[in-house]
Design a protein. Structure first.
Lengths: 490, 472
């Protein structure tokens, strides 16, 4: 019987070899794929139990991990939750958003640049610590923007973005309504799930970062782009005269639907010419429709895209909505785009970039939110260098457009943003929503000081507790923009 | 020609009890060290009861060692240490899962129960060694143990004491005790098969038709294998126990092959297995689902998908998370896998101790099988050879079925991991199996009685005469 016993031994050897090879396959070759599987809660719990780095504004954390006594060891807390929620996002058991997500590798300590420190920690049996992320946010500007927007009432929906024109640093980014990320970072998972569901089902969409995720018709603030395109093309300068009119019948149309007006503002008689400054100060739709037609669809699109329309340019938060300047326009549609209607739509960040581009002599800087990444012992891992996005218009054109915007603050509709002693450039916008029962959207863009700009602001108010007739970009957005600019300059 | 044969006859196995003692010390270091490591890893301190616990383990194992010295001095020196190490590691891991359950709020103290079962197991191990001084005695009980095995297998089907747990009707409950009779049936079946095959192997070895270089058995001899096939199918159909079904049939097939030396039986049995498996797949939903889960584990994971593959997928995640060296005791989450302390204990080991420990455990099982088959090779009687082969392959098949199932090599079946898993019936039965193997190896390695010494002397004289004659 010994021969078959030897055969059986070989058979058993094969069985064991198969088990060993399969175990090696599972625990070595396939381990990475298993760990990356989104169903794998172990990896998430481990991430959740780690001491994450802080998200800092200046030296103050807006998100940090503090020790907790339960199984997860650390609790993520947000000292200024509602003000910074659109930027920090939340870090919950079920996932993360915004900076918590986009900079997760540094915050969690998984970043390869933290390898040496982690290795040293491992040897000295210190638990690994995540690195810190420093934001470009100016605490005072952020506070001013948040307080200003909140001051419009409790149901306000809107956003404020401020950019440093010379670098593209985002100095303030506020979105309302907002939420408390502490609720979602809680270790009481049942309450987190309840709260998350409640926030997801809320019709006012508090989880939305309106600064980058909501795009709306920019209305008259887009006249800045139209002006820039016209001047860049050499058609006019700030002192030229442009076609005006009480009403203007768009090409290819007849009757009241194709007839535009200026809601009673003084824009000259039909067929007359008015100064460019007046067209801007009084936000003359009739003038800008005609200017856009003179510029032509191609050059309008070229200028808009140079400012960032139809382009991706913001890497620090996602997802973000693409701002749109439509293609294949007929003449009537082209006229409407001249004052920011038809299918033109922009995020508040986009309009802040338009303002900042004019302020920075036509050079549009790529906006960014993360200034530095640091290891836990405060060594700088990376510092973001300002990067030029495009030279949208010449410096000469930019200074002409600036003149128009300054006189709009000094003499025209943007006067609520005027700061005594400082020259401010600005433009209002009030975009029609298309339906009568919803209020129009109020916009405001500005920068200051006009001669040496330090800050460019865009304010967007989607909805507020204000009667429909009283919504005007200048009245609502102007004071907010003013306080943000003052916070940066003073 | 006579010279080599005389050397073989004259070869005397050494007792190697000192080697066994040395290996036992290593095994105890594994068991007690693992227990201490669990305490340090999970609770941050060496468990306060380490002395009592360690003392208990040392007492059991050294007690077993002393009895072996007295009643089976030539027994294989590797088996007991390997088994002691596996049992100690298993206890530590079960204790680790206990602590995780405690943290989650349901304390059961499985490790303590397992230690009681281990004590009982070692006790029966000693009783077996003391009571059965010659394994050939067991041949008398061929039909008794066959009948007992069948009764044991049928017990769970009885209303009143039979229980269905996790879809498999393989448990009996008597008062507070629950018992999986299949584990003991495995041992009884090996004895019954061996006794039967020793008597009938000549008839079963007669060749029938020859197909492709293989002599197939005669049709009229197919009775026993057909009966075993039906029993296995019955276990699968009525008890939903895929693992035992596979184990019993494979066991019988291999013993039949060893007894008759006819590979033809493997062909016949293999075809019957494929046929039975296909039939079961076509006819029974629960077999089909097992197979589908094995093929596409991630498609059945979430609650919306039925959560049927939650356990195997979590086991895979755990083992992947463990990687090469494991998370360390207390730093993994093995309790995520349902039954992490019994059927899926290997995934707990893989998660917290890594591929390294999984390999070590598989090596230890491999050693047990190797020692059992080695015993079969050197055993002098056919019955002993068959029992040793049967017990060795039973362990090999069981490890393959359960570890293969946990790691996704084959569809999941549900058997205990010998000596590691929580479960009294399995642990006790396996200790008795080791006692039998030790008894057979003691018989096999023991020098022949002194009468053969004379024969050896004479034959070596003869050799000399022949050699002188040849040289002259």
């Amino acid at each position: 019987m010994n021969k078959p016993i030897r055969t059986v031994s070989i058979f058993c050897l094969v069985l064991f070899l198969a088990l060993m090879i399969n175990a090696t396959y599972l625990q070595y070759w396939k381990a990475g794929a298993l760990n990356d599987n989104p169903l794998n809660r172990r990896v998430q719990v481990a991430a959740y139990s780690q001491e994450r780095g802080a998200i800092l504004v200046g030296r103050n954390p807006v998100a940090e991990s503090v020790k907790s006594d339960d199984q997860y060891k650390f609790q993520r807390t947000y000292p200024k939750p509602r003000e910074f929620a659109p930027i920090t996002g939340y870090f919950s058991y079920y996932g993360a958003t915004a900076i918590e997500r986009s900079r997760n590798s540094v915050l969690s300590g998984d970043d390869p640049r933290l390898f040496v420190k982690n290795f040293v920690d491992l040897l000295s049996s210190e638990p690994p610590q995540g690195g810190n992320v420093t934001l470009t946010i100016d605490a005072k500007a952020q506070r001013a923007a948040y307080d200003g927007l909140k001051g419009l009432g409790k149901d306000v929906q809107g956003s404020v973005v401020a950019i440093e024109p010379a670098t593209g640093k985002v100095l303030a980014m506020v979105s309302l309504p907002t939420y408390d990320p502490n609720d979602l970072a809680s270790h009481d998972l049942a309450s987190v799930a309840r709260k998350a569901q409640q926030l997801n089902e809320d019709p006012t969409e508090p989880l939305l970062n309106r600064a980058i995720q909501t795009r709306l018709p920019p209305g008259s603030t887009f006249k800045v782009v139209t002006s820039a395109a016209a001047i860049e093309k050499g058609l006019y300068d700030a002192d030229s005269k442009v076609p005006g009119g009480v009403t203007y019948q768009l090409p290819l149309t007849s009757g009241p639907t194709g007839e535009i007006d200026n809601e009673g503002r003084n824009c000259g008689a039909n067929g007359s010419k008015i100064p460019f400054r007046q067209a801007m100060e009084q936000s003359c739709n009739t003038a800008y429709a005609q200017i856009a037609e003179q510029v032509g669809a191609e050059d309008m699109a070229k200028t808009a895209e140079a400012f960032g329309f139809n382009q991706h340019y913001f890497d620090d938060l996602s997802p973000q909505a693409l701002s749109v300047f439509p293609e294949e326009l007929d003449k009537a549609q082209l006229g409407q785009t001249g004052f920011g209607q038809f299918d033109v739509s922009a995020t508040p960040l986009q309009m802040a970039m338009v303002s900042a581009g004019i302020a920075n002599a036509g050079s549009v800087m790529k906006p960014y939110l993360v200034d530095e990444e640091q290891s836990a012992d405060l060594n700088v891992l990376s510092k973001t260098d300002p990067e030029k996005f495009s030279q949208a218009i010449s410096a000469k054109t930019a200074s002409e457009v600036t003149k128009l915007m300054v006189s709009t603050v000094d003499e025209g509709t943007a006067s609520p943003a005027a700061i005594p002693g400082i020259s401010v450039a600005g433009k209002t916008g009030t975009a029609q929503t298309g339906t009568d029962d919803t209020s129009p959207y109020a916009w405001f863009i500005s920068f200051a000081p006009a001669d040496n700009p330090e800050v460019a602001v865009a304010v967007m108010i989607q909805n507020a507790d204000i009667p429909r007739d009283e919504v005007a970009g200048g009245l609502l957005g102007g004071p907010i923009a003013k306080s943000v600019m003052e916070a940066v300059i003073k | 020609m006579a010279a080599p044969s005389s050397t073989i006859m004259g070869f005397v196995h050494r007792r190697r009890r000192g080697a066994e003692l040395f290996l036992l010390v290593l095994a105890l270091i594994v068991g007690i060290g693992a227990y201490a490591a669990v305490g340090v890893g999970v609770q941050g301190e060496v468990p306060p009861d380490i002395l009592g616990y360690g003392g208990w383990l040392v007492g059991l194992i050294i007690g077993a060692h002393v009895v072996i010295r007295l009643v089976a001095p030539y027994a294989d020196p590797v088996l007991l240490p390997v088994v002691a190490a596996l049992n100690g590691l298993g206890l530590a891991v079960i204790h680790r899962i206990d602590l995780a359950k405690e943290a989650a709020g349901d304390a059961d103290g499985f490790a303590q129960q397992q230690l009681i079962w281990m004590t009982l197991g070692v006790g029966l191990f000693l009783v077996t060694l003391l009571a059965i001084r010659d394994h050939r005695l067991l041949q008398r009980f061929t039909y008794t143990s066959g009948l007992a095995a069948i009764v044991l297998l049928l017990l769970p089907m009885l209303p009143g004491i039979g229980r269905t747990i996790n879809g498999a009707r393989i448990w009996i409950h008597l008062g507070p005790f629950s018992f999986q009779p299949g584990e003991l049936a495995k041992l009884l079946l090996v004895i019954a098969f061996a006794g039967y095959l020793v008597l009938h192997r000549d008839a079963l070895a007669l060749a029938g038709r020859r197909v492709l270089f293989v002599d197939l058995p005669r049709g009229r001899d197919l009775g026993p294998i057909l009966a075993m096939w039906l029993v296995s199918l019955g276990i699968l159909v009525f008890q939903h126990d895929l693992g035992s079904s596979l184990l019993f049939f494979g066991l019988f097939l291999i013993m039949l092959y060893v007894a008759t030396e006819r590979p033809g039986w493997l062909v016949v049995g293999g075809l019957m297995f494929v046929g039975g498996a296909t039939l079961a797949y076509v006819l029974f939903g629960h077999v089909r689902i097992r197979f589908d889960i094995w093929q596409h584990p991630f498609d059945f994971y979430t609650a919306e998908q039925g959560g049927k593959s939650f356990q195997p997928v979590e086991a895979k995640f755990g083992m992947g998370w463990g990687g090469l060296i494991g998370r360390g005791f207390g730093d993994g989450d093995p309790n995520r896998v349902p039954y992490a302390n019994s059927d899926f204990i290997l995934s707990s080991i893989g998660e917290e101790l890594g591929l390294t420990a999984v390999m070590a455990v598989l090596m230890m099982y491999g050693l047990i099988v190797e020692r059992a088959l080695r015993t079969a090779l050197i055993c002098r009687d056919a019955f002993g050879k068959l029992v040793a082969t049967g017990l060795g392959t039973a362990i090999a098949l069981q490890v393959f079925v359960v570890v293969g199932g946990v790691t996704g090599l084959i569809p999941l079946t549900g058997l205990t991991t010998p000596f590691l898993s929580y479960g009294g019936s399995s642990l006790v039965a396996n200790w008795v199996i080791i006692a039998l193997l030790l008894r057979i190896s003691d018989q096999a390695r023991r020098p022949l009685p002194s009468i053969s010494d004379d024969t050896t002397a004479i034959s070596s004289d003869d050799t000399q005469v022949v050699r002188l004659g040849a040289s002259s």
